[in-house]
Ligand binder design. Structure first.
Ligand code: HEM
Length: 182
């Protein structure tokens, strides 16, 4: 994946565990400074090696780490060079998720080697959104859970995200709590 993802992992570790932990993790992962150019694309095995080393170092389950990283990514992306894209993507949770593919397509024009996922959203009930996630990669469902939790927080929504993996896609159900001001 693009180095931007590696930079986000680095930022999350530095923020939560500090520089000593980061040097240890970087060393153990087999990566080096050359793997952190935001606009360069790296082999997925480097990205997964980095995540796996953070997981081993913290003792978290992979699921929890990926969820934390998904939540972190929403804040990271909202503060970086692409923040204006995030701002334009929608003013509420449903329309934001609806525009994710267009947003990733726009990003692909500057990151042509990116292999982007796709999302479809529908409202199953007043308090329930259903999101279908398709990717050429396996193993990222809990990253998506964290991303969706992060998006809920961005739009001041609360509730539960659950995932149901299917053969070639995964279905996420977002059960939203009614906001008192609605
Ligand atoms: C401005 C904000 C964003 C930027 C710049 C961005 C950029 C990227 C990039 C560069 C990749 C790696 C693709 C590759 O290297 O092959 C990626 C992957 C991904 N993005 Fe985004 N993204 C953004 C926001 C989001 C949001 C809000 C979501 C929420 C659902 C999301 C979901 C994902 C997922 C799940 C992947 C993993 C790839 C996969 O599933 O195969 N992204 N994104």
């Amino acid at each position: 994946m693009y180095g931007m993802i590696h930079k986000a992992v680095e930022a999350m570790v530095l923020e939560n565990l500090g520089p000593d932990a980061w040097s240890t993790i970087l060393h153990k992962s087999g990566l080096n400074d050359e793997h952190f150019f935001s606009a360069q694309s790296y082999d997925d095995k480097d990205t997964f090696a980095l995540i796996g080393t953070v997981q081993a170092h913290t003792g978290m389950t992979l699921e929890v780490l990926l969820e934390n990283f998904g939540q972190y990514w929403i804040k990271f992306a909202a503060e970086g060079n692409f923040s204006s894209l995030m701002d334009m993507a929608g003013d509420d949770l449903e329309s934001f998720i609806q525009s994710l593919d267009a947003m990733h397509a726009a990003i692909r024009s500057t990151m042509p080697d990116a292999d982007m996922p796709s999302f479809e959203v529908s409202r199953a009930a007043e308090d329930t959104l259903v999101v279908i996630y398709r990717s050429s990669r396996a193993g990222l469902d809990h990253f998506v859970v964290g991303l969706l939790q992060g998006l809920m927080a961005r739009f001041n929504e609360t509730g539960e995200v659950s995932v149901s993996p299917q053969a070639d896609h995964s279905i996420f159900t977002l059960k939203l709590k009614r906001q008192s001001n609605r």
